[in-house]
Write a new protein. Sequence first.
Length: 82
Amino acid sequence: MITLSRLNGAAFAVNCDLIERLDASPDTVLTLVDGTRYVVAESLDEVIERVRMFRAEIVALSHGMQSGTVRALRVVAGTEER
C-alpha cells in the first residue's frame, strides 16, 4: 500500500494494485478498478513514483529472501489452534 493525502491534508493508504487510472485535471484523481475515485494532494508524478518505490521494495525484499539475507515469514498457529 502507498500513503497519500486528501486535499484537506488527511492521510490515507491505498492498495496500488487496485489503481486503474490516474488523471491530473488539475487535481490528481485516482480511479480504482471498482470505480471509486480519490482526489489527492500529490501530483501525478509523485503518485507514480510512490507506486514505483513500493514495487521496487517488494522486489528487493523478495530477492533478499531468495539469497538468504532476509528471513522469510512463517505461519504461527493461533491460541485456538493449539
